[in-house]
Ligand binder design. Structure first.
Ligand SMILES: [Zn+2]
Ligand SMILES: [Zn+2]
Length: 276
């Protein structure tokens, strides 16, 4: 499998980082593809990664925070207008994702109407097949086996992470979460563990009360590295970094993780690709 970090940003706008979103490619030619979260600009980054929404086996949503979902409407619309017949886009996410998709489709109603009126060969609305998942659920996407694990990001609730297995390889994709038992299950023995992180020491130094609030519901780099070490994972992939590091700070970030974890540590850039 190939993990492509499409977007490594956070709610804070950054010219170099799209919103949180990760693409998993598998199978012959990497044509089995799964999108995990759909942050701002993810469809542009998909194009750069040789992907398109029509190639997706499914979209996995970790939670309903807008930074992880604000481009889902783009995924839905681009998937719809690039199909030649009604083709379902499969979306899996925690309870509440159905409501979110229904309301997104309601907001898209004028556009859907304009395009159906304008194109003779387009006479169907977007087909989005939503599955609300809970921890313990398991399902297949192409040749990939997916299990759903509980994470903790209160007051955002419910939140989940996805463990994807194929050919004996395991990729663990956590959204925003603090360390917890569900996260330990999610990452156990994984070949790669992708975690959204903050640097608590740096955030504490920023004089913004609203930023201080993020400290209690994300994993710090140290905590992510501790989770990786406990789980015996091979590679830790950091994304959604707050504050976003500049390239000359990557070594320092890597050193913070390496103090707790002796496997490979990847500091995310948009379009960074990690193979397992
Ligand atoms: Zn969140
Ligand atoms: Zn987030």
């Amino acid at each position: 499998m190939e993990i492509v970090l499409l977007g490594t940003g956070s709610p804070i706008p950054d010219a170099a980082r799209a919103g949180p979103s990760t693409l998993l490619k598998a199978g012959e030619g990497g044509l089995e593809q799964v999108l995990v979260d759909a942050g701002r600009g993810c469809v542009m980054r998909m194009a750069a990664a040789g992907s398109l929404p029509v190639l997706l086996q499914g979209v996995l949503v970790t939670h309903l925070h807008s930074d992880h979902l604000s481009a889902l409407n783009d995924v839905i619309t681009t998937h719809w207008i690039m199909t030649n017949e009604p083709t379902p886009l499969r979306v899996f996410g925690p309870i509440g994702i159905r409501h979110y998709v229904e309301h997104s489709l309601a907001a898209l109603e004028p556009d859907i109407g304009y395009r159906i009126t304008h194109h003779d060969d387009l006479d169907w609305e977007p087909v989005v097949e939503v599955t609300e998942v809970e921890p313990g659920d398991a399902f297949g996407l192409g040749s990939m086996a997916v299990t759903v694990h509980e994470t903790v990001h209160a007051p955002a609730h419910p939140t989940v992470g996805f463990r994807v297995e194929r050919d004996g390889k395991v990729v663990a994709l956590a959204g925003d979460t603090i360390p917890c038992a569900g996260l330990d299950d999610l990452v156990a023995g994984a070949d790669a563990y992708v975690q959204t992180v903050i640097r608590d020491d740096l955030v504490r130094a920023i004089p913004s009360p609203r930023l201080q609030d993020i400290l209690d519901y994300h994993s710090s780099v140290t905590q992510a590295a501790q989770t990786a070490a406990r789980g015996g994972v091979a590679r830790l992939v950091l994304t959604h970094m707050v504050p976003a590091p500049q390239p000359d700070q990557y070594e320092e970030w890597r050193a913070v993780a390496a103090a707790e974890f002796d496997g490979e540590v990847h500091i995310g850039d948009d379009l960074l690709t990690v193979e397992v």
